[in-house]
Design a binder for this molecule. Structure first.
Ligand code: G3P
Ligand code: MG
Length: 266
């Protein structure tokens, strides 16, 4: 039977967690520099329909701009400063297009979870445009991205535009009809708030044939518990506490002893 989740088991939220300005090229480099094999990023449409990396519908929190993202073209957004809010060392970091972000992620060998983040009223348009762009940008790549969204409308449009790209349904709470929802959209995974998960739910999701991703897990004990339940992927902001090695099994005791001796003697 093929693995339910042939992708990384620990993924950097918004590309660089809390260590870099979210959803920027600098954040992608930060995740890669810490050895991460996978990143999550948020994608919205600029006013001219170009997919760009952006979490909020308005610009104030993460950029030097003001107003709605949809009121600006991608070229206008690229001239804003999306780094300085996080600290002076990030000054001048632009709002990247999805195309720029994918180019860099592919160069660095990073797998990507693309969260489709439509502005209100733009759900279908965003799903269609992001899936179409993703299909072209990852052409010939060894690992396809997973497209996820809280919006069933956006995911439905993504399926129509690029049915071959795997999809994950994002859930803040797990409704009773989670299985029908995910089946209707032909999803491969459920992307759940870790607070909404129980061991029984993880088991039921696996039995229904879905992989389970948990976000946003910043406490190593919680991450360990979720992985123990069989959760397939942890999305984290705490890149230094929950690193890429986290999900890998510990070496056997004998080997661990040898490693410690080697470290002491070195
Ligand atoms: O994809 C998981 C997570 O990113 C969803 O929430 O608001 O951080 O995009 P948010
Ligand atoms: Mg997100």
């Amino acid at each position: 039977m093929p693995a339910l989740w042939p992708y990384p088991n620990v993924v950097a939220h918004r590309c660089g967690g809390t260590l870099a300005p979210e959803n920027t090229l600098a954040a992608i480099r930060t995740g890669a520099a810490l050895g991460f094999d996978g990143i999550e990023l948020d994608v919205m449409l600029a006013g001219d329909g170009v997919p760009v990396l952006m979490h909020d519908e308005t610009l104030e929190r993460t950029t030097s701009g003001r107003g709605r993202v949809t009121a600006h073209s991608a070229a206008q957004l690229a001239r804003l400063d999306a780094g300085v809010w996080k600290g002076r060392r990030w000054r001048g970091e632009p709002v990247p297009s999805l195309a720029q972000a994918v180019r860099l992620a592919r160069e660095l060998g990073l797998w990507t979870n693309v969260e489709i983040k439509p502005a209100k009223g733009y759900e279908r348009r965003t799903g269609e445009a992001v899936a179409g762009a993703a299909r072209a940008l990852w052409q010939g790549a060894p690992r396809m991205p997973v497209l996820s969204s809280f919006s069933p409308l956006a995911l439905g449009a993504a399926r129509e535009a690029a049915p071959e790209l795997p999809r994950g349904l994002l859930l803040q709470r797990v409704p009773p009809h989670w299985c029908e929802m995910a089946r209707d959209l032909e999803c491969v995974a459920l992307h759940c708030s870790h607070r909404a998960l129980t061991q029984a739910l993880v088991r039921a999701m696996h039995e229904a044939g879905f992989a389970v991703l948990a976000w946003t897990v910043n406490d190593p004990r919680a991450a360990r518990k979720l992985l123990g339940w069989g959760v397939d992927c942890i999305v984290t902001d705490a890149l230094k506490r929950i690193g890429p090695e986290f999900a890998r099994p510990a070496p056997p005791t004998a080997k661990r002893g040898l490693l410690q001796r080697l470290r002491r003697s070195g």
